[in-house]
Design a protein around this ligand. Sequence first.
Ligand code: AP5
Ligand code: MG
Length: 213
Amino acid sequence: MNIMLFGAPGAGKGTQAKFLIEKYDIPQISTGDILRAAIKAGTVMGLEAKKFMDEGKLVPDSTIIGIIKDRLTEKDCTDGFILDGFPRTIPQAEALEKLMKGMKISLDRVISLNVPDDLIVDRITGRRVCPKCGASFHVEFNSPKVTDICDYCGGTLIIRKDDTAETVVNRLASYHAQTAPLFDFYSDRGIMVEVDGTKNVLEVKEDIFKILG
Ligand code: AP5
Ligand code: MG
């Protein structure tokens, strides 16, 4: 099964991806996580991307498309994958379509996690993430079992560098200008399904499981 999670920054893509990995045993492909790993490793690509990410702007399409080309052809993607935070622009979506066509595969479902902007700032400023496995938690809405420790891998949780109230404004602006048009792109292809992302984490999970079966 090839799934894409679609939604604004902080909508819950990463949180729901973790449940889908467990249920379907397919990998999560988060371009944000791949970029953060490149920054940590100090690669040229990572250092270039960092400038955009720190300002809440999108990283150029050519960089992102290159990352995805490499990642989709890895062995663990043979039985499917969960795209999280990609594509984010129409050129990225077109490149993905072309790439998947060449691989003789297609996207089965795009799940839109609908959350209004006014809830996003609280979600992002209270987020804690695991630098080891990428899991997301929230100090109030989705707290880990042990304070600041990842439920999944035991890593010590941190605050993401771009999770500031100032950067969120830019990330939301980028989302509305460049990413939101993908809603129509995938609706036109008949694979878009909307989920109320304002429900609690487990209710959203159940709604997604019902859709995917
Ligand atoms: P990325 O890492 O993808 O960040 P993002 O899109 O801004 O999304 P987030 O990870 O912030 O949100 P999420 O939807 O995963 O929410 P989460 O589940 O954590 O990208 C970072 C940057 O990299 C971008 O700004 C850009 O610069 C660059 N980039 C990445 N991909 C790119 C691309 N394709 N093209 C160009 N540039 C790219 O949840 C958020 C919080 O809410 C958590 O605290 C969580 O616990 C909580 N929460 C989750 N669900 C619920 C719920 N139902 N109720 C209450 N709280 C909830
Ligand atoms: Mg995420």
